[in-house]
Design a protein around this ligand. Structure first.
Ligand code: PMP
Length: 400
């Protein structure tokens, strides 16, 4: 029957309710700053927000948002192709393209719509999509809709990409290669210099989702492609306004003039209402701050290094490279649940990730660092993990 396929989820929810643990959809009852709030009745450090630069609480962004709501209203009540293209949307498109040093940009209502919309539209029947096996759900949603032939290559593995491109022969001209900058679960950075070299050798068009790397990596914060020095090899960069920019929305930029026509072929652009003017205004201000205050990025990386070193120093299995996403890898779902709850009880609110949301069979306690965290808050997070370990709650990783 229709609901049979949901029985596992119904049973898991029942187990969580019986244990009194609420890792998915715990309610933030109050929020005091980019790094502090009240969650499920407890004063906590917010340690799983993706608020990499803390800009959701920047007074300048808040003021820009307030001012725009007063001047333009609370919503556009329509799609970009109907009544929903306001001056702010167009200005943000120019500003984001200018930030990336390319002529063309599209703004979407969410990051999910940006990646899903672009990936479902750029390639179609008769084309090929080569994507990293650990790609985000929005990328998978898009490529499945595209009608293109879908081939996965091994995560962050340029040799595997090269092998598969080689096999395509002349079809490479119709091939879209999709990778991310920083992967959201383990915080690992893609080897973009190597991927770009493979693209130069075999061909194809390169699409990079910089959702977690924009504002975080690169000399001016453009992301992993900038950090790797390969922007000239990139055909499309997509990203989100919901992480380092502290708002909501998404974008795609490109050196290709065709992007202007492509936008009118993207259902996720055409058939959804455009972002609220207040969100556009705060995002524009946040982008201005990213461009003018590189010290925020430095603070973010100092904090990331401190947390990574602290957790690795406890002997925990963390991601392969230092990054603002610091994930602790565990094998057992029940142990992960218990740790997540114990961290919350200790005043540290992190993300819990279990399969199928995590890329493999493992579970994660996913911490994300912000430039707005104080050194003291980072140390409190490390101390909370140390206490879990002392109490025998945090099992040692077997290395399997
Ligand atoms: N791409 C990646 C890699 C992401 O991690 C996310 C969000 N987690 C998105 C796209 C979607 O962005 P948003 O949540 O802003 O819609």
């Amino acid at each position: 029957m229709l609901f049979d396929k949901f029985q596992d989820m119904i049973a898991f929810r029942g187990q969580l309710a019986a244990q009194g643990v609420k890792p998915f959809g715990a309610v933030t009852e109050e929020i005091h700053s980019a790094t502090e709030g009240v969650v499920e009745g407890r004063e906590v450090i917010l340690a799983g927000t993706n608020n990499y630069l803390g800009l959701s609480w920047d007074p300048r962004c808040i003021e820009a948002s307030r001012e725009a709501a007063a001047r333009w209203g609370t919503g556009t009540t329509g799609s970009r192709v109907a009544n929903g293209s306001f001056a702010g949307h167009q200005a943000l498109e120019s500003e984001i393209a200018d930030f990336y040093g390319v002529p063309h940009g599209i703004v979407f209502s969410t990051g999910y719509a940006a990646t899903m919309g672009m990936c479902s539209t750029l390639a179609g029947p008769g084309d090929v999509i080569l994507l990293d096996g650990d790609s985000h759900a929005s990328i998978y949603a898009g490529v499945r809709l595209s009608g293109a032939e879908i081939i996965r290559f091994k995560h962050n593995n340029p040799e595997d990409l090269a092998k598969r491109l080689r096999r395509l022969g002349e079809r490479v001209d119709n091939t879209l290669i999709i990778v991310e900058g920083i992967y959201s679960m383990l915080g690992d950075v893609a080897p973009l210099a190597e991927f770009a070299a493979v693209k130069r050798e075999y061909g194809g068009s390169l699409f990079i989702d910089e959702a977690h790397s924009m504002g975080v990596l690169g000399e001016t914060g453009r992301g992993a492609a900038q950090a790797a020095g390969i922007e000239a090899d990139v055909d499309f960069i997509a990203g989100t306004f919901s992480k380092s920019l502290g708002g909501i929305g998404g974008f795609c930029v490109s050196p290709h003039a065709e992007l202007e026509a492509i936008r009118f072929c993207i259902n996720a652009y055409i058939f959804t209402a455009s972002s609220a003017p207040s969100v556009i205004a705060s995002t524009r201000e946040a982008l201005r701050i990213i461009r003018s205050e590189p010290q925020l990025r430095q603070r973010l990386w100092d904090n990331a290094q401190r947390l990574y070193d602290g957790l690795a120093g406890l002997g925990l299995r963390v991601g392969p490279s230092v990054s603002p996403v610091v994930a602790v890898v565990l094998e057992d779902r029940d142990a992960t649940l218990a740790c997540w709850q114990a961290l919350l009880d200790a005043g540290v609110y992190v993300n819990m990730v279990v399969p199928p949301a995590s890329p493999s069979t493992y579970c994660l306690l996913r911490n994300s660092v912000s430039a707005a965290h104080t050194t003291g808050q980072i140390d409190t997070m490390i101390a909370a993990y140390a206490s879990l370990k002392d109490r025998g709650l945090l099992p040692a990783y077997s290395g399997a």
